[in-house]
Design a protein around this ligand. Structure first.
Ligand code: NAP
Length: 287
């Protein structure tokens, strides 16, 4: 292996410690402990693990958390009423509605019902618009984690060509909008399942970010020697968790590369804590 590993796990621990200090200072100043309310509907085992981990992270960083767990039969009206109660609850600073929701619930309607000041996932249209305009209130956790990973490892983004594989609302699109803003100044290409000449495009990338959910899709032949490769993908296979990047071959040509697990995933969780703290700060300014 020639590439240097970008250790997301270690960086996430460092960021969590920073947040713990900030939360202590915030509590000393305001008397308030930031609180994240997680809403979990149904019994999807993966969602269950995600929410449990997020709550454990909160505890470690000195934040509080609530779990609002309901069975999959909960109606959309009942869920909207729960979101309204959490919006009105001054003790709750961040609201996280764990996705996916059961099929009978309109996800967009629920996400839009979350108070934009408590929208720690940054999924509300108002917060998405603010990101596009370069005036973010919150940054969505996974793209935020990717940017922190690049920034804190001194990856030069200004003028660099960033190629993103995937155009989801959760990863690809917001990340493209963030990288292209003044201050970060990357030149961005976004690819998706209909993109032609994909390997030709990926080989132009100084920074290649894969977020497509296709195990080991990115091979060494698709990567420019010396590129920085960020693997957002999490794929459960018979051989265990793998990313969207064929780690063993790509690490022979890349300069820097993230592992899976231990890359972007832990940072996503750390940035949720950061957003919960930001939400508490925004609400303390409102009072
Ligand atoms: P998604 O909503 O399913 O979107 C996948 C995107 O990839 C779509 O834009 C799709 O194109 C594109 N795509 C699929 N196959 C492709 C191909 N062969 N070539 C080019 N583009 C292709 O997925 P997501 O929610 O963004 O998640 C992507 C991956 O990241 C998943 O493995 C997920 O588990 C992981 N993830 C990880 C974290 C983390 O914390 N590390 C957080 C979120 C997601 P179309 O739009 O044309 O369909």
């Amino acid at each position: 292996m020639t590439a240097k590993l970008l250790d997301g796990k270690a960086l996430a621990e460092q960021i969590q410690q920073e947040i713990a200090l900030e939360a202590t200072a915030f509590r000393a100043r305001t008397g308030v402990t930031p609180c994240l309310a997680a809403v979990l509907i149904g019994d999807d085992p993966a969602s269950d693990v995600y929410v449990r981990n997020k709550r454990r992270d909160c505890e470690r960083a000195g934040l509080t958390s609530q779990l609002h767990r309901h069975d999959g039969a909960m109606s959309e009206a009942e869920l909207l009423a729960l979101v309204e109660r959490l919006n009105a609850d001054a003790a709750v600073h961040g609201i996280l509605v764990q996705l996916p929701l059961p099929r009978h619930i309109n996800t967009a309607r629920v996400l839009e019902a979350v108070d934009p000041l408590k929208d720690v996932d940054a999924f509300h249209p108002e917060n998405v618009g603010r990101i596009v305009q370069g005036q973010p209130r919150f940054l969505p956790c996974t793209p935020y984690g990717v940017i922190e990973l690049l920034r804190r490892n001194d990856v030069a983004l200004a003028g660099a060509h960033a190629v993103i594989l995937g155009r989801s609302d959760i990863v690809g699109k917001p990340l493209a909008n963030m990288l292209v803003q003044r201050g970060l100044d990357a030149t961005v290409t976004v690819c998706h399942s209909r993109t032609r000449y994909l390997p030709e495009l990926t080989r132009l990338a100084d920074v290649l970010i894969a977020a497509i959910g296709q195990p080991k899709f990115v091979t060494a032949a698709m990567v420019k020697p010396g590129a920085v490769v960020i693997d957002v993908g999490i794929n459960r296979t018979d051989a265990g968790l793998v990313g969207d990047v064929d780690f063993s071959s790509v690490s022979e040509v890349a300069l820097l590369i993230t592992p899976v697990p231990g890359g972007v995933g832990p940072l996503t969780r750390a940035m949720l804590l950061k957003n919960t703290l930001t939400a508490a700060e925004l609400q303390s300014q409102k009072r």
